[in-house]
Design a protein around this ligand. Structure first.
Ligand SMILES: CSC[C@H]1O[C@@H](n2cnc3c(O)ncnc32)[C@H](O)[C@@H]1O
Ligand SMILES: [Zn+2]
Length: 446
């Protein structure tokens, strides 16, 4: 090996374990990731890295596993300000009697800005590097994510009724189209269309959403089959199951992300499969609101891509995707009556490479491979509750908490170092959050 075969890199990360996700089902020992600019230059053994690369900065992570940054494919970030405000309720009572009145009273540009920053702080701290959001003032969410250096799919809301962001479907759609045009070429922000649910959006606006998706390439994300009563009410009202109605309206396709998907029968699975629509699984929200069970194993067997999301912090009540993975893996086994359903590696895939595929970015996100964007996280496994380590993938899913995440990089830029956020002023954020909590508490007690 001669000096001129040495390649320069910006960052070298040495890790005890590495889970590349591609190839699948693999945990590698004593690896190095070389980062040059925004991309991964190489993933090699530490001996090979010594011989081939010189990095400006080397980070030694002797007790850590590194893996691609996690992708949280469904949430309502600003609802972090409503965390713990209305617990132990079923979906429609939670929404009608608590959440929608609170949103009517409090949602504004500043509420969305502060709540989204709180959510981003929690997500970054627990290993998420890309998130999907469906909420009011999407232009604020997009700008904040961009400023923080996080990747985000930002879905503009579409409903039949007025909200603080718009007067009705026509205004949501015209503002939404402008929003898509503004952000569609941004490397961090993926603007998308967010019809809230089949029971809050009528046929006309849903058809227009499908047409807008066709003309712009933007994804559609919709809450679908969240509860048994949603499905039963739809059959009574329209004669169609919600999935069948979406198919008839032209809403189902590869760019469509169906969130929740409980109460599913074979006809629904067939429609998802034939259309190429994707499923976003939110196990903890489904459990907490007693919404229902999603047959994840059946979706996987049918070749349907399933990614994972936390939903908002008001129905979860956290945004820790590692916790969500543990719940997803355990729940899938009970639902399928099969302990081999949703292995640790399959669960990790839902939060990484599958999420990237759903976003149409599987070629550049979701795995640690040369040429991909450098979205990387490190998890410290040295704590007693993570010892001994036979299989790092098992620990990440079944034993870990997101707060074990010590480092993250997005696009090669450090976001978390030694457990501390590098780009969000946490003390200042906490003051703003306390201000909202005081106002919300006061209104709730009056
Ligand atoms: C269109 S903006 C988002 C809208 O959705 C509400 N919401 C939050 N979580 C859920 C859920 O699990 N099912 C249905 N709707 C939900 C949120 O409060 C906003 O009003
Ligand atoms: Zn939701």
């Amino acid at each position: 090996m001669t000096a001129d075969t040495i390649t320069a890199a910006d960052i070298r990360i040495n890790a005890r374990w590495l889970i590349p996700m591609e190839p699948a089902n693999v945990v590698l020992d004593h690896q190095a990731v070389l980062v040059q600019g925004e991309r991964i230059a190489a993933v090699v053994s530490q001996e090979e890295a010594d011989a081939r690369f010189r990095a400006r900065e080397t980070i030694d992570l002797h007790d850590h596993v590194i893996l691609p940054g996690l992708i949280n494919m469904h949430g309502h970030a600003a609802m972090s300000l409503f965390r713990g405000m209305a617990d132990d309720l079923p979906l429609m009572a939670w929404l009608n009697d608590h959440i929608w009145p609170a949103e009517g009273a409090f949602v504004s540009e500043t509420f969305v800005a502060d709540g989204t920053q709180l959510a981003m702080a929690e997500m970054l701290r627990t290993g998420t590097t890309t998130f999907s959001d469906m909420y009011f003032f999407p232009e604020i969410v997009a700008q904040l994510a961009r400023d923080a250096g996080m990747r985000a799919q930002v879905c503009f809301p579409l409903l039949d009724f007025p909200t603080p962001w718009g007067s009705g479907p026509d205004e949501y759609l015209s503002k939404g189209e402008e929003f898509i045009r503004q952000w569609q070429d941004d490397p961090f922000i993926m603007p998308a269309i967010g019809p809230h649910a089949p029971y809050t959006v009528s046929d006309g606006p849903l058809k227009k959403a499908a047409a807008l998706s066709q003309s712009t390439g933007a994804a559609i994300q919709i809450h679908l089959h969240e509860t048994a009563s949603e499905v039963a009410d739809a059959v009574e009202k329209t004669g169609l199951r919600p999935t069948a109605r979406m198919a008839e309206l032209g809403v189902l396709g590869p760019a469509t992300q169906c969130v929740h998907m409980t109460e599913v029968d074979d006809s629904d699975i067939q429609l998802l499969q034939a259309s190429g629509a994707r499923v976003i699984h939110c196990p903890e929200s489904n459990l907490k609101l007693a919404s229902g069970l999603s047959p994840v194993q059946k979706f996987l067997e049918a070749g349907i891509t399933v990614a994972i999301g936390t939903d908002g912090a008001a129905s979860n009540n956290d945004l820790d995707l590692f916790g969500e993975l543990g719940t997803a893996a355990m729940l899938a086994k009970v639902v399928a009556a099969d302990a081999s359903a949703l292995s640790a590696h399959e669960a990790l895939a839902m939060a990484t490479i599958k999420g990237a595929q759903v976003l149409g970015r599987g070629h550049e996100l979701g795995s640690l491979e040369a040429g991909k964007l450098a979205d990387i996280i490190a998890v410290d496994l040295s704590d007693p509750f993570l010892q001994p380590v036979y299989d790092a993938a098992s620990h990440l899913v079944y034993s870990n908490h997101g707060r074990q995440v010590t480092h993250s990089w997005i696009n090669g830029v450090p976001q978390v170092q030694e457990g501390k956020l590098t780009r969000i002023d946490v003390p200042d954020l906490m003051l703003r959050v306390q201000g909202w909590a005081d106002r919300i508490r006061e209104q709730q007690s009056s």
